[in-house]
Design a protein around this ligand. Structure first.
Ligand code: ATP
Ligand code: MG
Length: 655
């Protein structure tokens, strides 16, 4: 296969303001280039220095990288540390009274805790785990709502060297059961229920369903945090214990257990956009280093910042930029229990105003849904505290980027479009915002020490403007170490033979422009083949979203006798879902629009309208399901991570 064609052109460029650049941690392109050159000329020296400077070690490492058992790489392998110590204890001499977490509940109640208070809570919970014999290497499943306690549970595991596996609190009993069994968890930490958008989310009863489903005999205890709505929960005496009883009388000090740099910190199952979720295993030191570096590099972290990442702790973004990164640098962060649309579509902006948030990080899906609900809503709030914005999770369409930049950032805040994955642990491609000018829809350039490239099937770099496979050519500290229980799948999925088992294959297609900027075009599995042209999904979708009528769009291919594949678009309008003659008219307009935006080749042959699109619980469009819908097939695939199954029916009906 030759490559993937790029058809979208985007020429707007936004350099940081002088003020932003002058005050930035990495200020100007020279500073960025110097770091990249250091990494290129002495790779291990570069990473060794980063690890020494950013992590507090109990026992310093003497070796940086061990590649002898590739692709099972080891970093800093003879060093010892404790991640929770790095996130809390080391700040106490100076920052004991600094706010660590500003927690806002679904109904707007705010709880603030300092680093000292966080320390006490983490120690107590860690002592509780210890007293029931949980030790280094044991697995703890966390199935919690967004809460201070979710972070406390993660940090407490890290403190005693236990391995957590956080499962998003929206998953079904069956998905939870599979993950508990795969991880062989000794403990499940949960809450009686959660509250999101004014609605109760059952948690404890789902845990019971999971445990009753069989195969979970490994679970000795279920610890239940009381989210004060209902006073009780379904209960199994002897196994279940309330959180407050579990920590009662436990000392507020717990020595952090020194662990090896390569000890697993956690297992996290991927969101399942492309197939069966994978149990991604992360290390302690390398992962922590990625989190710290990117807080400083991408988020330009300053001690005065109020940082807010809206991701749930059930996703990698909520691990690195809620559970670990902000704490490891001593930041004050906002944690939010609810949803962006409750009680109305101004909730995010109201919270930014109230808590004086300076760095805000969210997903394109949230941005697009808020645009649909009213493009001018942010104007009603004082967003002047913001200085930097970020996005993650999917490609952001240039028009959504422009809205975010102008309406939310007031034209003053750089946007860090961060490309990374559960498997990479921290940002890979993202602007250092005080150095790298941004372009709407591009995740810009690799961070220092990340040897990203775009190659063809044989592993040769493709020229500018040509699409190809996104790879990372050298191991980096925060990368996945293996797939839990499945080292073979690990090798096969990420280090294919075509590249001599050497390059990390991300699974995304991308192209680079003349300035070397990376543009993600979509998943490799989603590439369309239209009349011999291989097209990424992202570009046609962006063209559709640029139309004033369109809120969201997903594009897939459907076999076509002559063209190879025809383009089928699934579209959500900003207004109501059209039907009949009106739908026909809009379809004709949108086809013309795409034709004039990017070319006749990309014109959708068929457009279907829905009230929404099928998404994973992390908000990503599931194109593999849409492909089946487009072909008129039964859905037989794994839909355990699908958030809104009824939408599939609606899209199937329009046949
Ligand atoms: P699975 O691997 O189970 O299919 P997933 O890939 O959706 O699930 P994640 O690790 O949460 O699980 O998501 C990583 C993917 O999200 C990337 O491979 C990429 O496709 C997409 N992505 C993340 N950030 C960006 C971004 N800034 N621009 C474009 N795509 C992004
Ligand atoms: Mg993936």
């Amino acid at each position: 296969m030759s490559g993937i064609d790029s058809i979208l052109t985007e020429t707007r460029v936004f350099p940081p303001s002088d003020e932003f650049r002058i005050n930035a941690n990495i200020s100007g392109m020279d500073a960025y280039n110097t770091l990249c050159e250091q990494a290129a000329s002495d790779y291990e020296g570069f990473w060794g220095k980063q690890a020494k400077e950013n992590i507090t070690w109990f026992k310093p490492f003497t070796k940086v990288l061990n590649e002898s058992n590739a692709p099972f790489y080891k970093w800093f392998e003879d060093g010892e540390l404790n991640v929770s110590y790095n996130c809390i204890d080391r700040h106490l001499p100076l920052l004991a009274n600094k706010l660590a977490i500003i927690f806002e509940s679904d109904n707007g109640t705010v709880t603030r805790i300092t680093y000292m208070e966080l320390y006490r809570r983490v120690c107590q919970f860690a002592n509780g785990l210890k007293s029931m014999g949980i030790t280094r290497g044991d697995r703890v499943v966390i199935y919690m709502p967004m809460s201070i306690e979710a972070v406390v549970a993660m940090q407490a595991c890290a403190r005693i060297g236990a391995i957590h596996s956080v499962v998003f609190g929206g998953f079904s009993g069956k998905s939870l059961q599979e993950r508990i069994i795969d991880a062989k968890a000794r403990v499940v930490v949960t809450a009686n229920e959660g509250v999101r958008g004014g609605k109760l989310v059952p948690l404890k009863s789902v845990v019971d369903e999971a445990l009753d489903g069989g195969g979970c005999e490994c679970v000795e205890r279920v610890i239940v945090f009381k989210r004060a709505v209902h006073e009780d929960a379904p209960w199994t005496i002897g196994r279940d214990v309330w959180w407050h009883d579990f920590i009662k009388g436990k000392p507020e000090h717990c020595e952090p257990t020194p662990v090896n740099a390569e000890d697993p910190l956690f297992i996290l199952y991927t969101s399942g956009s492309t197939g069966k979720p994978k149990g991604v295993q992360h290390s302690s030191a390398g992962y922590l280093l990625g989190a710290i570096n990117t807080m400083r590099w991408t988020f330009d972290y300053k001690p005065s910042d109020i940082f807010w990442c809206t991701a749930d702790v059930g996703w990698i973004t909520g691990h690195t930029y809620v559970g670990y990164g902000p704490l490891a640098v001593g930041a004050t962060q906002v944690i939010f229990e609810g949803v962006p649309t409750y009680p109305d579509a101004g909730r995010f902006w109201k919270m930014i105003e109230q808590h004086r948030v300076s760095v805000f990080y969210t997903a394109p899906t949230a941005i697009r849904s808020l645009i649909k609900l009213g493009a001018d809503i942010p104007e009603q709030y004082d967003l002047s505290s913001l200085r930097l914005l970020g996005t993650v999770g999917e490609p952001i369409n240039p028009e959504a980027w422009m809205w975010y930049y102008e309406k939310v950032g007031g034209g003053r805040c750089p946007i860090a479009d961060t490309w990374w994955q559960t498997e990479t642990g921290s940002h890979m491609l993202a602007p250092m915002p005080g150095a790298v000018p941004t372009k709407p829809g591009s995740c810009t350039l690799p961070l220092p020490g990340i040897m990203a490239d775009i190659v063809d099937e044989a592993g040769f770099p493709v020229e500018a403007g040509k699409g190809g496979f996104l790879v990372i050519k050298r191991p980096f500290p925060s990368q996945v170490r293996t797939l839990w229980n499945d080292p073979e799948r690990f090798k096969k999925s990420y280090f294919p033979e075509e590249y001599n088992n050497k390059y990390y294959l991300a699974g995304d297609s991308a192209h680079r422009d003349e300035q070397g900027y990376f543009w993600i075009m979509g998943r490799i599995d989603d590439v369309l083949n239209v009349s011999g042209h291989r097209l990424g999904t992202m570009e046609i979708e962006s063209a559709l979203v640029a139309n004033p009528l369109v809120a969201e769009a997903a594009v897939v291919g459907k076999p076509h006798e002559i063209k190879g594949e025809s383009v089928v678009a699934f579209v959500v309008l900003k207004g109501p879902r059209p039907s009949g003659e009106e739908a026909k008219k809009i379809t004709a307009n949108l086809r013309e629009w795409v034709g004039s935006e990017i070319g006749a080749l990309a014109k959708p042959d068929e457009i279907r309208y829905g009230d929404n699109l099928p998404k994973t619980r992390s908000g990503k469009i599931m194109r593999r399901l849409l492909r089946a819908v487009a072909k008129g097939e039964e859905i037989t695939q794994d839909i355990s991570t699908l958030e809104n199954p009824t939408i599939l029916k609606q899209l199937q009906e329009t046949l």
